[in-house]
Design a protein around this ligand. Structure first.
Ligand SMILES: NC(=O)c1ccc[n+]([C@@H]2O[C@H](COP(=O)([O-])OP(=O)(O)OC[C@H]3O[C@@H](n4cnc5c(N)ncnc54)[C@H](OP(=O)(O)O)[C@@H]3O)[C@@H](O)[C@H]2O)c1
Length: 245
């Protein structure tokens, strides 16, 4: 039997790469990348995934990608909205630029929102599917040196609730994964500082997260173990979200 089809955005590096590796064991994976063709080719060679470009912040690139999906990768059983960016520069909210705001909203919110809208419609036609959004602890944590990132992720959390409510009657559960601090290129510049703060107690579980921690949560969803939990938030954060006294 043909394997079910999974789309993983931002599959060329970091968390997305780990998700592509995990899902390739059970799914035909279609991964996307932004500009890093070399990394994408390496992931394809290692996993058997098909890797296509899709600039999430660019509507015509999204459209081209969706055309390919419809022509060659239907029906989609699983959509993992993983791709995202940090601000090019961490900048105090009293100084942050409109350009950075627009870039973060277009890539981290508008892109996944409208991509999901289209894939969800095709899932409705099929009467099945599962959808995951990778947000962040930043959706509830105020970091005043990257407010645009926090606001985009907070809005993405609401997108999860909206899609979950809309699709619940149609057998299509929607999930949010909130990673904490995960060792990838995205945090490379501040990794040493995070390692120090984690060793001093920043996280209840005293290690930084790894991409496979997020991929493992995706596995539970992909296998259907959480199908009655639509709208659920999975905190993959070493306990960061816990309030302690
Ligand atoms: N790392 C963390 O600590 C952490 C914590 C919480 C949440 N997250 C979230 O987890 C997700 C993955 O993060 P990561 O740490 O794995 O990041 P990463 O290592 O920087 O990888 C980012 C991925 O997104 C793709 N991408 C970048 N800009 C894009 C665009 N405009 N359109 C489409 N794809 C684009 C990249 O493609 P190229 O390779 O072509 O550039 C790459 O595949 C993001 O949504 C991030 O916000 C990360």
């Amino acid at each position: 039997m043909a394997k079910p089809i999974a789309i993983v955005t931002g599959g060329s590096r970091g968390i997305g790469q780990a998700i592509v590796g995990e899902l390739s064991q059970t799914h035909q994976v279609l991964g996307t990348y932004n500009t890093n063709r070399k990394a994408a080719d390496e992931v394809a060679a290692a996993t058997g995934a098909v890797m296509l470009p899709c600039q999430l912040d660019n509507p015509s690139s999204r459209e081209e990608f969706l055309h390919e999906v419809q022509a060659r990768f239907s029906p989609v059983h699983l959509l993992i909205n993983n791709a995202g960016i940090a601000p090019r520069q961490r900048c105090d909210i009293l100084e942050a630029s409109p350009e950075s705001f627009d870039e973060l909203m277009a890539t981290n919110l508008k892109g996944p929102y409208f991509l999901t809208q289209r894939i969800a419609r095709s899932m409705l036609d099929e009467g099945m599917g599962r959808i995951v959004f990778v947000s962040s602890i930043s959706s509830f944590t105020a970091s005043i040196n990257r407010g645009d990132y926090c606001m985009a992720k907070a809005a993405l959390s609401m997108a999860v609730k909206l899609f979950a409510a809309r699709l619940a009657p149609h057998n299509i559960p929607v999930f949010e994964i909130q990673p904490g601090i995960i060792r990838t290129d995205m945090i490379a510049a501040v990794a040493a500082d995070y390692d120090r703060r984690i060793s001093e107690g920043l996280l209840p579980q005293r290690r930084m997260g790894e991409p496979f921690d997020v991929a493992s949560a995706v596995r539970a969803i992909a296998d259907g173990h959480l199908d009655y939990c639509t709208g659920q938030v999975l905190h993959v954060d070493g306990g960061f979200h816990l309030r302690t006294l």
